[in-house]
Design a protein around this ligand. Structure first.
Ligand code: 13P
Ligand code: SF4
Length: 320
């Protein structure tokens, strides 16, 4: 509508004026992803967002995603101004893994190397030896396991279980889960697959093990988009946030994409197949962050930043 068009035009002008760039995750609403594309920003998974933000020439990064993505950008680029449409966009994995409790857990197992998922606070990263995202988790754990390291993993238990199964590593695990992916239900998925035997099933590894088991492709958001393109199937059932359909349709035009079934009934489920925190990244909030920094700027205390930078750099070097 007219108001949105005005916001879009003003945001484009403000990005130029402020030497700012929009870094968006695939789960943000299609209009946000389109805006990032049109303004030479990026739409990406969490590993690529981190890299893009670090390497960008822009002085200001507008991170449209959730809090840990903004913090990661700031840890990697302290000289840049990092803004978020809203600082309230958190993540259930981050919320479910408070730094003090997680640190106690680590203290109880001093002989274990600490590997944390990127979906955590800066303070949790500061306690870690390695940070991983879903696109590089298997390779990094395989590498550590082959060196005979004992691994403590946190916080996503489903991704942890998937990594254990794939690599044969045994990890001590923090028991966190994503409110969106935890909702996917294997029984209903089997029924849907029975109706569409020609379908391929694409699953993000934050989903429960019995859903992951049914997958034709398991991977990070970027990896799932690649699979949507490369698999021959025309009909694709997708167990991840529905925001990803925007890019999947671009990558594989003409294919049919269907959400994997969730446990909620749509009316009561506040999170089914769409992350409530990713949904906070609207045009108005982006516009506000560009017109007045107050309450939008991400800060990470310097001592924490320097500690968190070590495992993050390790991941980025490993992935390079
Ligand atoms: P990706 O790293 O695969 O983009 O995942 C981030 C995320 O929050 C998934 O829920
Ligand atoms: Fe966190 Fe899940 Fe939202 Fe991803 S989809 S940001 S893991 S709550």
């Amino acid at each position: 509508d007219a108001q949105k068009a005005t916001y879009r035009d003003q945001i484009k002008a403000l990005l130029k004026e402020k030497n700012a760039v929009l870094v968006a995750h695939y789960y943000t609403d299609p209009e946000i992803q389109a805006l990032a594309e049109e303004t030479d920003g990026c739409v990406a998974d969490s590993l690529e967002m981190a890299r893009f933000g670090r390497d960008a020439d822009a002085q200001t990064l507008i991170v449209a995603g959730v809090r840990f993505m903004g913090e990661t950008a700031k840890i990697l680029s302290p000289e840049k101004t990092v803004l978020m449409p809203t600082l309230e966009a958190t993540c259930s994995l981050d919320l479910g893994c408070p730094a003090d409790k997680f640190s106690e857990f680590c203290d109880q197992h001093p002989d274990h190397i600490v590997v944390v998922y990127a979906n955590t606070s800066a303070a949790v990263k500061a306690r870690a030896d390695w940070v991983v995202t879903s696109s590089i988790a298997l390779e990094i754990v395989e590498h550590l396991d082959s060196q005979g390291k004992k691994i403590l993993w946190g916080p996503d238990r489903h991704l942890g279980a998937y990594i254990e199964k794939q690599t044969g590593a045994q990890m001590l695990m923090w028991q966190g889960a994503c409110v969106v992916h935890d909702e996917f239900k294997a029984r209903a998925l089997k029924a849907l697959k029975a109706q569409h035997p020609e379908a391929a099933i694409l699953v993000h590894p934050e989903s429960p093990a019995n859903v992951v088991e049914m997958a034709d492709a398991v991977g990070s958001t970027s990896q799932l988009i690649q699979a949507a393109q490369s698999l021959p199937n025309q009909y694709l059932i997708v167990a991840t946030d529905r925001g990803i359909f925007y890019k999947m349709q671009q990558a594989a035009p003409g294919k049919t994409f269907v959400e994997a079934p969730t446990g909620g009934n749509g009316a009561t489920c506040r999170s089914c197949a769409h992350c409530p925190w990713m949904a906070m990244n609207g045009l108005e909030a982006i516009h506000e962050s560009l017109t007045d920094n107050t309450g939008h700027e991400v800060f990470v205390d310097e001592a924490t930043r320097l500690k968190a930078l070590i495992p993050l750099d390790r991941m980025l070097d490993f992935a390079a």
